[in-house]
Design a protein around this ligand. Structure first.
Ligand SMILES: [Zn+2]
Length: 318
């Protein structure tokens, strides 16, 4: 927040405090058992919910605030804001219907989506998740849902938690073709990401024609991050904000991972600058000031794109 405020990006009227999500909000996506287990476990002082999800006596309350922040961001967008970004923690995209995992207790994005669907009558959702880890919890919850398009770009799952998110995981039943995984090899950089996203995002969004865009933001693909082997630079986070705003025109963003604190501050600032100034920045990109250098794109990246193009050709023109 200091980095953002030092740069004069936000004044106080742009900053909203979250209202805690209610138990009824959590129960639209989580089992009663899971919610009760977390509540009681925290009341007893906390500990490890799983191998890497540690909680304290305050975590149940804080996790509900984090979910409430995501709902608040979506409400601001419904009320006419071009973009709203919830910077709550804990993150949420690994949390499944019944389990906390990967630092995630409740699935903030899924809770927001079901709130919008059931209370605000929004029908079709486009989710883009660029956290370096596959959002297995979110993907699982909507895997058979024809009205939710989930696209995740992440580090190749044989090399990173949670070990899922291969190109073949395309959704099932009525949700077939609605789960699109882009598994990037370790060492992939901003050129690789841009090449593949420019080829996929626009055509899928246009064809799917969503009513509402939700973005899971992760900074753990940054080259300084200790948890991954992806090599994104600071400018990627401006670029992705500009591209997503240009595509969607209104965006609700929800913070997930990012574990190098300096990179987190710089890249959050870049992301918000991109959201605020996307029209002029898009014009600059289009004038060719920041072209993609295709010679910098890895051969593996081109192969991933070709696989996706083959697998998804029955569903989208990519
Ligand atoms: Zn992550």
């Amino acid at each position: 927040m200091e980095a953002i405020q030092e740069n004069g990006l936000l004044d106080s009227k742009d900053i909203h405090q979250p209202v805690s999500a209610g138990e009824e909000d959590l129960l639209r996506v989580h089992s009663q058992d899971h919610v009760e287990h977390v509540r009681r476990f925290c009341e007893m002082g906390g500990g490890n919910l799983d191998f890497d999800t540690t909680v304290s006596s305050e975590s149940y309350r804080i996790a509900k605030l984090s979910a409430g922040g995501a709902i608040k961001a979506a409400e601001l967008v419904l009320d006419g804001c071009n973009s709203a970004y919830s910077v709550g923690r804990p993150p949420g995209h690994h949390a499944t219907h019944n389990l906390a995992m990967g630092f995630c207790i409740f699935n903030n994005l899924a809770i927001t989506l079901e709130y919008l669907r059931q209370l605000r009558k929004v029908e079709r959702f486009f989710i883009f998740d660029f956290d370096v880890h596959y959002g297995n919890g979110t993907a699982d919850m909507f895997y058979e849902d024809p009205d939710v398009m989930y696209i995740s770009i992440h580090q190749e799952p044989r090399t990173l938690f949670p070990g899922k998110g291969n190109v073949e995981e395309i959704g099932s039943g009525e949700g077939e073709g609605r789960n699109l995984c882009i598994p990037m090899p370790p060492g992939s950089n901003s050129h690789d990401y841009r090449y593949i996203l420019e080829n996929i995002m626009g055509p899928v969004a246009q064809s799917f024609s969503p009513d509402f865009y939700l973005v899971d933001v992760g900074f753990d693909g940054h080259r300084d991050d200790p948890l991954s082997s992806i090599r994104l630079d600071d400018e990627f986070f401006t670029w992705i904000a500009v591209e997503m705003m240009d595509l969607a025109r209104s965006l609700t963003l929800i913070l997930e991972g990012g574990y190098d604190l300096d990179a987190l501050a710089r890249c959050n600032r870049n992301l918000i600058q991109g959201l605020e100034n996307y029209k002029t920045m898009k014009e600059e990109y289009e004038k060719g000031k920041e072209p993609i250098d295709n010679s910098m794109v890895n051969r593996e990246t081109r192969k991933i794109y070709e696989s996706l193009s083959d697998i998804f050709s029955p569903y989208f023109d990519i």
